[in-house]
Design a protein around this ligand. Structure first.
Ligand code: 13P
Length: 343
């Protein structure tokens, strides 16, 4: 009965596969639905997720796991099948977002700390019974004039480590996500500032994971790529993003970590795919490198769906295309020619 954490972690980063982040909170999914002028009802949210998880080709070939939101892990498809069951049948692993969101940090103006540790052990036990075998906790680090502070990075790293330890004692693989934002309120920093802040953040996170006795073989890291802020006048080339991201990861992430699954963070769909592919093509690497994208996997499908049942096939096709391109990128085999051919 006891599944090894390291086996689950390795399955999450299986060759040519990555993670679908479909754990938008009620507030975030409302924003996504606003973009297609759809009211965010519980049924609409279910229909949308059912559209994604029912894309058999994408789910069985390119998706290793799906991060769910609390509401979604309890929902059933229109025919009564639990959504968790749809994911499992496709051969993917259900996961769950367990943080309670990034909240203003007391005495640290402009900075946030992620909450949700109280009662987390009990919630993890319930999520395990509901089928989750991995979890996600996201910390955000914003770059602005004089920010981030050491205090905020430290508080977030400490919370990530406490969360990861609680996951591991409950048979759940923690995805540890310290996100240095590229799309914060200012976001005018250059790529080298992103490098410095990412390096500091990752060093702090791995130090706290060590103090918390977290087994690195039973976790997945979900970092940002090293990239300029979205409002920066100087944007780095894809080659520079790939080179600097690999450099910081090699400097900070021990090889005991089985896999690194990036967030997309506001990159365009094709940028996120291209960057991942360039990094994998520069291997061999000490860990698996793959995707755990939300927006960069879903944007095209959401648009094609538009909230209408008659568009489900077209939306699944759009999702499958993106998943396939990212699956290729996870092996370093993506190219813009393939993108055009398959589109
Ligand atoms: P994006 O890929 O849209 O950044 O989302 C990934 C995620 O799960 C952020 O927590």
């Amino acid at each position: 009965m006891s599944e090894k954490l390291s086996d689950i972690a390795q399955a999450m980063v299986a060759d040519g596969k990555g993670i679908l982040a479909a754990d938008e909170s009620t507030g975030t999914i409302k924003k996504r639905f606003d973009s297609i002028s759809l009211e965010s009802t519980e049924t609409a949210r279910r229909d949308y997720r059912e559209m994604l998880f029912g894309a058999d080709e994408a789910m069985s070939n390119y998706i290793s796991g799906v991060i769910l939101f609390d509401e979604t892990i309890r929902q059933k498809a229109a025919d009564g099948t639990p959504l968790v069951e749809m994911i499992r049948k496709a051969g993917a692993i259900p996961g769950i977002k367990v943080d309670a969101g990034a909240k203003d940090m007391a005495l640290f103006p402009g900075e946030k700390v992620t909450e949700g540790l109280d009662g987390l052990g009990g919630r993890l036990k319930e999520y395990h019974e509901l089928g989750a075998r991995f979890a996600k906790w996201r910390a955000v680090v914003d770059i602005a004039d004089g920010l981030p502070s050491f205090g905020a990075i430290h508080a977030n790293a400490h919370a990530l480590a406490r969360y990861a330890a609680l996951c591991q004692v409950n048979g759940i693989v923690p995805i540890v996500e310290p996100e240095v934002l590229m799309d914060g309120p200012v976001a005018s920093h250059d790529i080298d500032r992103c490098y410095a802040v990412t390096e500091f953040t990752l060093k702090e996170v791995f130090q706290e994971l060590y103090y918390a006795k977290v087994d690195l073989e039973g976790m997945i890291l979900k970092p940002n790529m090293v990239i300029a802020g979205k409002n920066a006048s100087a944007q780095a080339s894809p080659e520079e993003v790939a080179e600097k991201t690999l450099k910081v990861l090699k400097a900070c992430v021990p090889p005991a970590v089985p896999g690194i699954a990036f967030l997309s963070g506001g990159q365009s769909d094709e940028q996120a795919t291209h960057h991942l592919s360039l990094m994998n093509a520069a291997g061999p690497l000490p860990w698996k490198l793959t995707f755990s994208y939300g927006r960069a996997l879903q944007a095209a499908a959401l648009k094609a769906w538009g909230g209408k049942a008659e568009n489900v096939d077209a939306a699944r096709k759009a999702f499958t295309h993106r998943a396939k391109m990212n699956g290729l990128a996870a092996k370093g085999g993506y190219s813009s020619e393939l993108e055009q051919q398959a589109a």
